[in-house]
Design a protein around this ligand. Structure first.
Ligand code: C5P
Length: 227
């Protein structure tokens, strides 16, 4: 079987990571959640006060990027990798609403994208990866052998994210989550650099009323046709 690159892009909370993880496990591929990388940089910005009173100091953040080391460390008990920022496991902190509020603003900064895209391209050098994000099929790996673009209505997506946050014990309302999902979609699709859009050769996949098993079966079938 040949090793390929599978790019899964799409709107916030479309379940990209869940399906990407499952697909990577089934194929013996490496799964890379690029959103976790943008989230870790955002956490760094918050911790270093590059974001205060809702204002983001992009220049200071870009100047400090060389101090940031990001690593995905496999956790065999959980059966997934966790994000480490400068040697510290930040998997929980990067999923909070605080980080979600600012991540799209951080991800719109050219210097941040340049650094993270280069890291992502390095991770895919040997192929055999499933990478999810917003610009994987358009910018990071325009030659990926399989590209998927996931969509679902904002309400359905916000409801999924709301349940996840409640399960983690966060104190949020559905309206807050819905407005965050809408805001991130807007910023992600309208930014100047690498805006979120479907690659011409991506397969569009509306999973609004599709269970996980059905999604997996379909996407796995597309993959088997190629490898
Ligand atoms: O995938 P997730 O929702 O965790 O991503 C968080 C944010 O990171 C997105 O809303 C987007 O602003 C940014 N992102 C991006 N490019 C990627 C992955 C994520 O701009 N490849």
């Amino acid at each position: 079987m040949k090793k390929i690159i599978i790019a899964i892009d799409g709107y916030s909370s479309t379940g990209k990571s869940t399906i990407a993880k499952r697909l990577a496990n089934a194929l013996g591929y490496v799964f890379i959640d690029t959103g976790a990388m943008y989230r870790a940089v955002t956490l760094f910005a918050l911790e270093h006060n590059f974001i205060s009173d809702q204002v983001l100091d992009s220049d200071s953040l870009v100047n400090a990027l060389s101090e940031i080391t990001l690593r995905f460390v496999p956790n065999s008990e959980l059966g997934k990798s966790e994000m480490f920022l400068n040697g510290e496991n930040v998997e929980k902190q990067i999923r909070t609403m605080d980080v979600s509020k600012y991540v799209s603003k951080v991800a719109a900064i050219a210097g941040v994208r340049k650094k993270l895209v280069a890291l992502q391209q390095e991770m895919g050098l040997e192929k055999g990866i499933v990478m999810d994000g917003r610009d994987i099929g358009t910018v990071v790996f325009p030659n990926a052998e399989l590209k998927l673009f996931m969509t679902a209505s904002p309400e359905i997506r916000a409801n999924r994210r709301y349940k996840e946050l409640l399960d983690r014990g966060e104190d949020v309302t559905f309206e807050e989550v819905l407005s965050n999902v809408r805001e991130r979609d807007y910023i992600d699709s309208h930014r100047e650099i690498s805006p979120l859009k479907k690659a011409e050769d991506a397969i569009e996949f509306d999973n609004g009323d599709m269970g996980l098993d059905e999604q997996f079966e379909r996407i796995h079938a597309y993959t088997l046709r190629i490898i």
